[in-house]
Design a protein around this ligand. Structure first.
Ligand code: GDP
Length: 463
């Protein structure tokens, strides 16, 4: 006989977790402003507990989305608890944040400046969304800059759009349809969101302004609808079960030593839980000493600003304090052991870590990146450009890396490509002495481009 309590997990609203949302797009197109505005609007909406500030994330509950989006959301239709926005915008953090072999984020917002259209990082973000099969909507941002635009943050953006003078609307349309055309060149059929019937096969474009707040309730409503209709199965998790998460960052915290900022996407983590975390040298087994969250909306700066929790349930962002976390890696998995043999959990973590092993060759460049996911993204980009890799590791550029790079036979391979990493002072000196060239950037395509022009330059010089 099936257990009545477990027969239909989807019937129990407690077993649905919050969808995790990432914000991607080209630099300066307004990712940070959009996140700030979502937080600000939710707060100024006047709801008590309108949003909850997590570590590395912001939770917007369903009732807040409903009260903001009003007629756009029929609350009865929804049983997902809300939306959890990852606060670190950018597609690098997105590709870094893996879970279960895919993307940590369930859905994404691709921010495009209406005046600027598609730019290299927009294309890069689109590639990543396509590769990971992540559903997304496009926020066509900065509509307030349209000449003659008459803003109305209180109304649904479709109404505002239709109420413009023909001249203003035509000007915006020109930009919007360029973006829609560019999406279609990328193989996505897209349209203004109120004309889209099926968001699974079509990309909804939401005109927004992170400045005036126009379109933001619409954006939240579309994200809720998208998750509710097409992603719900992924949100059915065992909320009471052992927690599963991804490390956003490893940070030293006064009074706690090395701590982990984690996004929990499944289950529960409790104080005292034994956990397994991916580390530079392999899985680390340790025990949760404290679970921390920022107090209210404050910036997290000091120990005193943290609030201690007994337990945290998915989906949430939380800081874990535990011994022996110095070697933990950003982007690595975190697993609570509770109720399972430790060896099984270690094996799971090992399996997830080994997914990200990079193919290396006998001759090639040295790659250093800040997280596992960015290392993988770098390796993919280099493979696409047919640049061979001798060694690829997470971590800052150390003298050892320079020594390895200096062994290359070809001068064009006596190179270190660093993504978002620091250079240790000793390594700096070694670079000069060993004649190893370092490229360090936080934009992948820039690194690849810089490296390629360096190689071309060398070839020209030799002719
Ligand atoms: P990010 O690099 O994608 O995070 O972009 P930011 O959020 O830092 O925004 C880049 C610049 O664009 C800043 O100067 C913002 O004030 C401005 N900006 C962002 N959104 C809007 C908008 O909707 N309207 C206008 N007029 N300016 C915006």
């Amino acid at each position: 006989m099936p257990d009545a309590n477990n027969a239909d997990a989807s019937a129990d609203p407690g077993s649905l977790r919050t969808p995790i949302v990432a914000v991607l797009g080209h630099v300066d197109h307004g990712k940070t402003s959009l996140l700030d505005k979502i937080r600000g609007s939710a707060v100024s909406e006047g709801e008590a507990g309108a949003i909850t500030q997590h570590i590395g994330a912001t939770a917007v509950p369903l009732d807040t989305v409903s009260s903001m989006a009003g007629e756009l959301v029929v609350a009865d239709d929804f049983d997902l608890p809300g939306l959890l926005f990852i606060d670190t915008p950018g597609h690098h953090s997105f590709s870094t944040l893996r879970a279960r072999g895919g993307a940590l984020a369930d859905i994404a917002v691709l921010v495009v400046d209406v005046n600027d259209g598609f730019q290299p990082q927009t294309e890069e973000a689109l590639d990543i969304l396509q590769r990971t099969g992540t559903p997304f909507v496009v926020a066509a941002n900065k509509i307030d800059t349209t000449p003659g635009w008459n803003p109305n943050p209180k109304a649904p953006v479709q109404e505002t759009y239709e109420a413009q003078t023909d001249r203003a609307r035509e000007r915006l349309d020109e930009n919007l349809y360029e973006i829609i055309g560019q999406l279609s060149d990328g193989g996505f059929s897209a349209d203004l969101y109120w004309r889209v019937q099926n968001f699974q096969n079509n990309i909804g474009v939401v005109p927004v302004s992170a400045m005036t707040g126009e379109g933001i309730p619409d954006l939240l409503a579309v994200l809720m609808g998208l998750s509710q209709r097409y992603m719900k199965e992924e949100m059915e998790v065992d909320l009471a079960g052992p927690g599963k998460g991804t490390v956003l960052e490893v940070k030293d915290e006064k009074g706690f030593g090395a701590t982990l900022d984690v996004v929990l996407y499944d289950g529960t983590v409790e104080e005292g839980d034994r956990i397994v975390v991916g580390g530079v040298e392999g899985p680390i087994v340790t025990e949760v000493r404290a679970l921390l969250r920022p107090r209210a909306l404050s910036e997290i700066r000091t120990e005193a600003e943290f609030e201690r929790l007994d337990a945290v349930q998915a989906a949430s962002g939380v800081k874990l304090a535990a011994p022996n976390l110095d070697d933990a890696m950003a982007g690595a998995p975190v697993r609570v052991v509770r109720g399972r043999p430790l060896e099984d959990v270690i094996e799971e973590v090992e399996a997830e870590l080994s997914e990200i092993e990079v193919d290396t060759e006998d001759e090639g460049v040295v790659v250093k990146a800040d997280t596992l996911g960015s290392l993988e993204a770098m390796a993919n980009a280099l493979r696409e450009s047919e640049i061979p890799i001798l060694r690829a590791e997470v971590g800052d550029v150390a003298p050892r890396d320079v020594a390895v790079a200096s062994t290359a036979n070809e001068a064009e391979h006596r190179v270190i490509l660093g993504f978002n990493v620091d250079v240790l002072p000793d390594a700096e000196r070694e670079l000069d002495q060993q004649g190893v060239k370092l490229f360090n950037d936080d934009v992948i395509y820039q690194l690849v481009e810089d490296y390629e022009s360096f190689v071309e330059e060398r070839e020209r010089e030799q002719q």
